[in-house]
Design a protein around this ligand. Structure first.
Ligand code: AMP
Length: 281
């Protein structure tokens, strides 16, 4: 496994890799969710690369950038076991040199849901992801359904900017009680951790209702809200039933929908989603 920090070294190492190259962008603190992306890349590509970079531009000033968990040695041990070919661990100065002023921004899709609560977040994401695509020149890049809006925004960016690569969206890996695995789960105290499975319960109840033929968007939002509001530790930020292409909130009967929610437990903010589709049409 080749581990590089400097951009020039990355280019040299990348040029030695056989195509197709699969890239898995991460912020480190690797867990089973990340590993599932890496395994999928290994299955589908000749070479696999991982980036580890806690991207400061996708955190708002009051968000948890400083508290974000970091353990590079542990991460590298895991990546070695997964037989990853190339790992890039750049410094912030490498990616954001002095006088940096060029941004990539997806317009409408980033104004709602996560974008509504985290202004500037997606501008940071699309800028760093496009820099990673330019640096690695991968044929495929792997992202988790866990961050559904992120995958939709990145797919839009890839189309709009003519990136010649395929985005592969991998299913959400969950704890036994349904909680989506996330490095932020470590910030939950034991009571909050227990309560946090309510996101999955709410989404699953709405998914079941949809699959039983209840397709009215507002009814589905109501099902989720009722379950989330029963959990006293949960402070709900949004409950959404949106068009999975435009991310606009749906009215009336939905044929396809992204059900999603964001919930605070104390200071810890959790998100989760499921995609539903009416197979009968
Ligand atoms: P992060 O390090 O949080 O930026 O995540 C890196 C990638 O892993 C993103 O594409 C995430 O969507 C994905 N990911 C994070 N958690 C999970 C999970 N529980 N299941 C599947 N993918 C995940």
């Amino acid at each position: 496994m080749n581990i590089v920090t400097i951009f020039d070294d990355l280019q040299l190492a990348r040029n030695k890799l056989v195509n197709p190259l699969g890239l898995v962008p991460t912020m480190g603190a690797l867990h089973a969710g990340h590993l599932s992306l890496i395994r999928r890349a290994r299955e589908e590509c000749q070479s696999t690369a991982v980036s580890i970079f806690v991207n400061p531009t996708q955190f708002a000033p009051l968000e948890d950038l400083k508290a974000y968990p970091r353990d590079v040695d542990r991460d590298l041990g895991l990546l070695e076991k997964e037989q990853v070919d190339l790992v890039w661990i750049p410094d912030a100065e490498e990616l954001y040199p002095a006088h940096f002023q060029t941004w990539v921004e997806v317009d409408q899709l980033t104004k709602v849901l996560e974008g509504g609560f985290r202004p500037g977040h997606f501008r940071g994401v699309t800028t760093i992801v496009s820099k990673l695509f330019n640096a690695f020149q991968p044929q495929k890049a792997y992202f988790g359904q866990k961050d559904a809006q992120q995958t939709i925004v990145i797919q839009r960016m890839v189309k709009d900017l003519n990136y010649a690569l395929e985005i592969v969206v991998c299913r959400t890996i969950r704890e036994p009680d349904g909680l989506a695995i996330s490095s932020r789960n470590a910030h939950l105290d034991p009571e909050q951790r227990k309560a946090a499975s309510v996101l999955f319960q709410a989404l699953s109840a709405a998914e079941r209702a949809f699959n039983q033929g209840r397709h009215d968007a507002e009814q589905l939002r109501q099902i989720m809200r009722e379950i989330l509001e029963m959990e006293t530790q949960a402070e709900v930020q949004y409950v959404s039933v949106a068009n999975p292409t435009t991310l606009e909130e749906l009215d009336g009967n939905a044929d396809r929908a992204l059900l999603s929610t964001a919930v605070l437990f104390g200071k810890t903010r959790l998100i989760d989603n499921v995609m539903v589709k009416n197979d009968k049409r």
